[in-house]
Write a protein that binds this ligand. Structure first.
Ligand code: SF4
Ligand code: ZN
Ligand code: ZN
Length: 303
């Protein structure tokens, strides 16, 4: 098949747009979607110091690479990469070297913060000991806190993550399936919360498959393996379901997000953003009393 824009050999068929694209035009299309979103939401502003959460996978590699390239002529904008090492054997030990390689190529400082040092145990140890929650719950709670705390400690005023269209569509469907509409409302916060570094998601309009192809075509160093715990989660099932739907009904993921954006204002009138308090133990932002991180930390304490 030929590219619909230049007649070169196509590398992808975007079912939802009906376009065949060659490598040059596929890469240009991904960059256009990312830059359009960054512009629309004014994600990057003069003087920003942006901490980029780096897992070593394709999404974070593309996020950092595009941010650094886009703002290469803006010395007032600074980027620092932060990797949270959860301690997942056979996964993080392969992905962290990829982050280091990319950061060296791009000239970006890289900080690694580990569960072992900060929480006292690796995720593998925690899961060997306690399985009351889904593995991603322990991981997500601790990772969010460490990423936020580290970003704040280096003076970053934003955290960029590699969440893509698929991730956001999965979270919308998961919250609906869980009946957790309050959490759905929290996906689009209205204002900055004290102690929480605001998040930006430059890849939110790009399907995962296109990001993978972009990372590959651009020759970015990234780790292709999947977290061994990923398949245990409801999220993994929703991912498969949405991919199946997307295949049979192209454009499903974009439609989910369009519908979500259309109803978010209504949802937020019922579930208004509550101001956060400081955790009584660690001082990190939380709803009230003791934060979820401290509660979980206490439960998984290994004496
Ligand atoms: S899949 Fe779950 S356990 Fe694995 S890194 Fe992601 S959140 Fe953590
Ligand atoms: Zn082309
Ligand atoms: Zn706490």
């Amino acid at each position: 098949m030929k590219c619909d824009k230049c007649n070169k050999e196509a590398v992808i068929f975007q079912k939802y747009s009906g376009m065949h694209l060659c490598s040059t035009h596929q890469m240009a299309d991904v960059e256009r979607k990312i830059k359009r979103r960054m512009r629309q939401d004014r994600m990057v502003l003069p003087g920003d110091h942006i901490a980029v959460g780096m897992s070593g996978g394709k999404d974070s590699a593309v996020t950092l690479s595009i941010l650094v390239e886009t703002f290469s002529k803006r010395p007032d904008i600074k980027f620092t990469a932060i990797t949270i090492d959860e301690g997942i054997d056979g996964y993080r030990n392969f992905s962290i070297p990829k982050v280091k390689e990319l950061c060296d190529e791009l000239g970006v400082d890289h900080i690694v913060v580990s569960f072992k040092e900060e929480i006292g145990h690796t995720l593998d140890d925690i899961l060997k000991r306690e399985r009351k929650e889904a593995s991603c719950t322990y991981c997500g709670v601790f990772r969010r806190t460490l990423l936020n705390r580290t970003a704040r400690s280096i003076g970053a005023n934003k955290v960029a993550t590699g969440h893509n269209l698929d991730d956001d569509a999965q979270v919308v469907i998961m919250n609906i399936m869980n009946g957790d509409i309050e959490r759905l409302a929290r996906m689009r916060p209205d204002r900055i919360q004290d102690g929480l570094v605001p998040r930006i998601k430059p890849l939110m309009d790009v399907p995962e498959k296109e990001i993978a192809l972009y990372a590959f075509l651009k020759g970015l160093p990234f780790y292709m393996g999947e977290c061994p715990y990923a398949r245990e989660s409801l999220r993994g099932e929703i991912k498969d379901m949405l991919n199946d739907f997307e295949n049979r009904h192209p454009g499903t993921k974009y439609s989910i997000m369009r519908g979500f954006d259309d109803m978010i204002d209504c949802i937020k009138t019922k579930y208004q953003q509550v101001p956060l308090n400081k955790c009584e133990i660690c001082g990190e932002p939380g709803i009230k009393g003791v934060c979820q991180t401290c509660k979980l930390k206490e439960r998984v304490k290994i004496n």
